[in-house]
Design a protein around this ligand. Structure first.
Ligand SMILES: NC(=O)c1ccc[n+]([C@@H]2O[C@H](COP(=O)([O-])OP(=O)(O)OC[C@H]3O[C@@H](n4cnc5c(N)ncnc54)[C@H](O)[C@@H]3O)[C@@H](O)[C@H]2O)c1
Ligand SMILES: [Fe+2]
Length: 383
């Protein structure tokens, strides 16, 4: 038994950002609230969605103050500022940070209470405003998922609103929008996308349907992540990454993530490390612990990453995935050790405690059960 959620309509291809106009017309929208950030505006990308909306006569209010890696307080501020106004449609154009704010706001116009009330699984009672999400990084897959992630500073962790009601009405994936993405963000968000495909693939909840997206996503990213890090103007490789990241989001909606994300969240929340980088720090170290739990799947990951595993015993072939992932991250210039990002060893017990106590939802999906001691050992191995 399995289920999957998708945006009602998904557009893909160079130039598809224009389709935001068609989505507004389909929704009969006269007013829109558009979430983005200053980096996306500065790169001239936000205007690629604003112009066709305005050309269609939609009155667009632009909120460009989405903070990178938003805290729940950022959602509360946006809510305080706009909730009393009326809009027909919400648009999010940017990376996961802008899209998470947009999709959360889409239900805060139609539901009572405070943003914090909805941190948790399926706590949103009413459908939201029409929501169109347009990714400009190739990473989070947030345009596909029922998740929106916020750090909760007083708990030192990241928590999620997980609700089918925040899967958008339309996702518009236009690889042209990622051509301006700086190398560091390209690399880190690409690693995030790869972890989505890997964690959903090895997840006990995976199914024929989710595996289809996980495998194809891994193949697209394995063939093009190094390339986009070297040559950001390669539109074909950008296209692979945009689609691979979207598939990563789709397989997450069906199967879920696991211990890489569970251990990465306390790092992101406490040290403000970008999400893709914190995943990279945990990626190979968690895989090393996980691969014996499902050697067949980890051997497949090794093969997709180009390892020659022919003739190897299955356990050994599976073990090759660990080094292959570490090399992928390193080749793209994303750190794989805590010391590289100045996380001191003395905080490890606190990180382990935070992951263990607040991330049971994700830890429950990991192929191998992890105790508090196991988690601490993984952080120490990554030190
Ligand atoms: N909702 C989900 O399912 C989900 C999944 C994984 C991660 N996340 C969350 O998403 C956030 C991270 O998102 P992200 O990695 O996409 O990065 P981001 O949204 O934080 O953006 C990173 C930086 O890149 C810039 N940028 C984005 N697109 C650009 C472009 N085309 N050209 C130039 N600059 C551009 C932004 O201005 C920003 O400074 C985290 O908060 C993470 O927890 C959400
Ligand atoms: Fe992620």
């Amino acid at each position: 038994m399995f289920s999957i959620r998708h945006p009602v309509r998904t557009w893909y291809g160079a130039g598809t950002v224009e389709k935001v106009r068609e989505e507004a017309e389909f929704a009969g929208a006269k007013t829109a609230l558009l979430f983005t950030d200053k980096g996306v505006v500065g790169a001239g990308i936000a205007d690629r969605a604003i112009a066709p909306l305005r050309a269609a006569g939609v009155d667009v209010t632009v909120y460009d103050e989405c903070a990178p890696e938003p805290a729940i307080g950022d959602l509360e501020s946006a809510c305080g500022r706009f909730r009393k106004e009326r809009f027909d449609m919400i648009v999010g154009i940017g990376g996961g940070s802008s899209m998470d704010l947009a999709k959360s706001m889409s239900v805060l116009f139609t539901n009572p209470g405070e943003p914090r009330d909805y941190l948790g699984v399926e706590l949103v009672p009413n459908a939201g405003l029409t929501c169109v999400l347009i990714p400009t990084t190739s990473g989070t897959g947030a345009e596909a998922t029922p998740n929106a992630i916020f750090s909760v500073p007083e708990k030192g962790v990241k928590l999620a609103i997980v609700s089918t009601r925040i899967v958008p009405d339309a996702a518009i994936i236009d690889p042209e929008l990622t051509l301006t993405l700086p190398q560091k963000v390209t690399a880190a968000s690409g690693v995030d996308a790869f972890t989505h495909c890997v964690e959903s693939f090895v997840n006990p909840n995976s199914s024929h349907l989710s595996e289809h997206y996980s495998i194809r996503g891994m193949e697209l990213i394995a063939r093009s992540l190094r390339r986009v890090c070297e040559e950001g103007s390669d539109l074909e490789a950008r296209g692979d990454m945009a689609l691979g990241a979207h598939y990563g989001g789709v397989c997450l909606t069906s199967a879920g993530a696991g211990a890489i994300h569970a251990l990465a969240y306390p790092l992101g929340a406490r040290f403000h490390i970008p999400h893709g980088v914190s995943n990279s720090l945990m990626f190979s170290h968690v895989m090393k612990v996980n691969y014996p739990a499902n050697p067949g799947k980890f051997a497949r990951i090794a093969q997709i990453l180009g390892e020659d595993t022919s003739g190897l015993p299955i356990e050994e072939a599976a073990g090759r995935s660990v080094g292959a992932v570490e090399r992928l991250c390193r080749d793209c210039g994303v750190p794989t050790r805590l010391s590289e990002v100045d996380v001191p060893a003395h905080v490890i017990p606190e990180l382990a405690e935070a992951a263990f106590t607040t991330q049971q939802r994700l830890l429950g999906f990991n192929p191998k059960g992890l105790s508090l001691e196991d988690i601490e050992k993984i952080y120490r191995a990554a030190a």
